[in-house]
Every structure is written in structure tokens, then in C-alpha cells.
Design a protein. Structure first.
Length: 241
């Protein structure tokens, strides 16, 4: 419970810092990351409440939708805004909002096997039907989100090598990816240790958020962008940000 509460507070504080950066820059990438971090904060808060007072179907629905389904994909949306052309990024954003609405409705009405909420496997997905939209959303959105984060990190690294500019974005994307992957590994680890040790997931969450926070703080502070960068290089690649 302590780790989940720490993860929730850390993620909320991180969201505030990112939102302040958005207010100064008006860059959509920061808005998407703010939303992703608030989603993580909400998921960890549901987890802390469930570990403290026992899991109910309502707590499970909130935790599973936010933490299991939406967290990674909204961080990935920030990476898309950071790296992709404006039209592509906004198109992805509109599609994701539509998917989010559909999955939120499904989360509100899907039957939950309350008896399975006494096990870690149940809380992490076995309490709902595996063929449901919500369950499918967990699989596909996490795969897509992870691919985008990893791909964004690889592209940023390649672009830095090519143009010798934007090392701060390389570090940011790499650490965001590492942090998100640590949280994903935490979900897998929690399935193997049992309900009494679900706070293992909270520890992974807190560590992952802390690493992502460090990556974000690298933006604009690590490395110097080359003034000779070509318009077809990083500036153009981030024109949608």
C-alpha cells in the first residue's frame, strides 16, 4: 500500500511539472504526457485504496482501466507528438480518445467476478472475461504503446547520431521507455507473488515513475542543439509538437 501511495503522489507531482511546461510552451506532447501521468496517478491511488480496505468491483474497474489499459498508450501519444508530423499526431489523438470512450463504457458495465479479487491474478485481469473489449484493449494498447515508446527511443538515438542534435530528447525518450517497461514488468511480477505481496507492483510503479521523471527533467538541460541543424532534421521531425 505504501509503495502504491508513493507512486500515486510521485506521478501526480510529475504531472504538475509537465503541465507547467505545457502552459509555457503549448506543446501537445506535454499535454499528452500530463494526461498519461494523471492516469498512472489514478491507477496507483485505486491500487492503494484496494490494498488498504479490500478490493471491490468498482476499485478493480478503475484500477484496471487506468493502470492496465490506458497508462502506457497515453505516454506513447506524447512521444508521437514529440516526433511525428502534426497531422499524424492529431489523428492518433482523436482515434485514441474514441477508443478510450469505448473502453471506459465497457469497464463500467463488464461483469466482474468478485471472488477472484482475492488473488493477484484476479486483480490483474483474471476477474473479467478474457474475450471482452477491455481485456483485448489491455493486450493491444500495451503492445502498441510499448512499440511506440521503444521505436521513439530508437529514432531519437538515430537522429542524434545523424544530426548531432537533440541529445536531451534521446535521454528523455529512453528513460520514459525504461520507466514504462519497468511498470509493465511489475504487472507480470505481481501475478506470480500473490495478493499478500501486491505491493511489489507499487514498488515497480514508483521506480518506473521516478526514472521517467528524470528523463523529462533532461529536456532542454542536457546537451546543446546544433545551430546548424537542417530544417529537414529534428526541427521538422518535431513540427507536430
Amino acid at each position: 500500500m505504501v509503495f502504491a501511495a508513493v507512486a500515486s503522489g510521485l506521478s501526480a507531482a510529475f504531472a504538475v511539472v509537465v503541465f507547467l511546461r505545457f502552459l509555457r510552451s503549448r506543446r501537445p506532447a506535454f499535454a499528452a504526457w500530463t494526461l498519461g501521468l494523471l492516469i498512472f496517478a489514478g491507477a496507483a491511488a485505486f491500487q492503494a485504496a484496494g490494498e488498504t480496505g479490500g478490493w471491490s468491483p468498482a476499485l478493480f474497474r478503475g484500477f484496471y482501466l487506468l493502470g492496465g489499459v490506458l497508462g502506457v498508450i497515453y505516454l506513447a501519444l506524447g512521444t508521437i507528438f514529440l516526433l511525428a508530423p502534426r497531422r499524424v499526431a492529431w489523428g492518433c489523438a482523436f482515434v485514441l480518445v474514441a477508443i478510450t470512450i469505448v473502453l471506459a463504457v465497457d469497464a463500467a458495465v463488464i461483469p466482474v467476478d468478485a471472488a477472484k479479487l482475492t488473488t493477484a491474478k484476479g486483480i490483474l485481469g483474471d476477474a473479467i472475461q478474457q474475450g471482452s473489449l477491455l481485456f483485448i484493449g489491455v493486450v493491444f494498447l500495451n503492445i502498441i504503446g510499448t512499440l511506440v515508446l521503444v521505436g521513439g527511443s530508437a529514432w531519437s538515438a538515430y537522429r542524434f547520431i545523424r544530426d548531432r542534435a537533440g541529445i536531451d530528447r534521446v535521454i528523455c525518450n529512453v528513460l520514459l521507455t525504461i520507466g514504462a517497461l519497468i511498470i509493465a514488468v511489475g504487472f507480470s511480477a505481481a501475478k506470480t507473488v500473490g495478493i499478500a505481496n501486491l505491493d511489489v507492483l507499487g514498488a515497480y510503479e514508483a521506480a518506473g515513475i521516478a526514472i521517467m521523471f528524470g528523463g523529462f527533467l533532461a529536456l532542454g538541460k542536457v546537451g546543446v542543439r546544433s545551430p546548424a541543424s537542417s530544417p529537414s532534421g529534428p526541427a521538422r521531425a518535431t513540427s507536430g509538437s
